[in-house]
Design a protein around this ligand. Structure first.
Ligand code: ADP
Ligand code: MG
Ligand code: MG
Length: 201
């Protein structure tokens, strides 16, 4: 099996930043329906800072790339999604340690640890109509292949449409949160789509 080095992880986060730019309006529209219409802007601010930090101080290991990105998301995104995505990447990065190259399988396990940390931090589980509805199946699928991670995360995000939100701002709407895709689940699906694209899957 192939291994992935620092450069791959930098390219992944750049691809996420591009996807967030491209999809910012859609993410904000989803958040306008069941939240406060800032998810696109929040992630745009966060990933612009990630790009800048990776450019100015290039990390020297995959784990360090993820930790550096996570720190930027925590410190620049005001919304709930900043600390949650920041925790995801920081925890995954810490799990990778300072190994110069990692396999997809190893990354999938590390990302799974990050997903668990997101669940502990926010108190949400799959079915609560949050980013976890895409992150959990995405990280599981990544154990199989990059394409499987992308496909399962995308399905998970679409699967949030009929759900009623039990965490985050959207939960204030109660039953009225049903009928809309969760914005954080939609952006999580972008993370996995960018990963598969970066891997050429
Ligand atoms: P805010 O709600 O503070 O404006 P964002 O709009 O950037 O933050 O992000 C909203 C997204 O964050 C939601 O769509 C949901 O996916 C995610 N989210 C909110 N609270 C939680 C939580 N407790 N656990 C997991 N994800 C959450
Ligand atoms: Mg919001
Ligand atoms: Mg907000």
């Amino acid at each position: 099996a192939g291994t992935y080095g620092t450069e791959f992880f930098v390219r992944w986060l750049e691809a996420v930043a591009e996807a967030v730019e491209r999809e910012a309006d859609r993410l904000t529209e989803l958040d306008a329906a069941i939240g406060d219409a800032d998810h696109g802007a929040n992630l745009r601010r966060g990933f612009t800072a990630v790009r800048k930090a990776l450019d100015e101080e290039p990390p020297t290991a995959p784990g360090a790339v993820l930790v550096a990105a996570g720190k930027q998301l925590i410190s620049t995104v005001g919304g709930a999604s900043g600390p949650l995505y920041g925790t995801l990447l920081r925890r995954a990065g810490k799990a990778l340690g300072d190994d110069p190259r990692v396999t997809r399988e190893r990354f999938a396990v590390a990302l799974g640890e990050g997903v668990e940390a997101v669940s502990r931090l926010g108190g949400a589980r799959p079915g609560d109509k949050t980013m976890l509805d895409a992150l959990v199946p995405g990280a599981e699928g990544l154990k199989v292949s990059f394409a499987e991670g992308r496909d399962r995360a995308g399905e998970g995000a679409l699967g949030t449409v009929p759900l009623r939100a039990r965490k985050g701002r959207a939960s204030y709407l109660g039953e009225r949160s049903a009928g809309h895709e969760d914005p954080g689940a939609a952006s999580s699906a972008l993370l996995f789509a960018a990963l598969a694209a970066t891997a050429g899957a």
